[in-house]
Design a binder for this molecule. Structure first.
Ligand SMILES: [Zn+2]
Length: 72
């Protein structure tokens, strides 16, 4: 099941939820109970490597982003 990261605009907390792709856009309640959250995109460790243009498909399993963007 893909994992999505969300950020709460009420308290600033970030948290992850594993949920079916069909529910990725559904509201996610933060651990503090706030409903004002936004889904973060492409938060999986891409980048940070100098001279590397874009995701490296050889870098690991699960597609270009580890499945976070649904590219599988
Ligand atoms: Zn919150």
């Amino acid at each position: 099941m893909p994992r999505y990261e969300y950020r709460c605009r009420a308290c600033g907390a970030t948290f992850e939820r594993s949920r079916p792709m069909a529910e990725a856009a559904d509201p996610a309640r933060c651990p503090q109970g706030h409903d004002d959250t936004v889904k973060l995109l492409s938060t999986v460790s891409v980048g940070g490597r100098a001279g590397s243009a874009g995701p490296d498909p050889r870098g690991g399993g699960g597609g270009c982003c580890g499945g976070a963007c649904g590219c599988r």
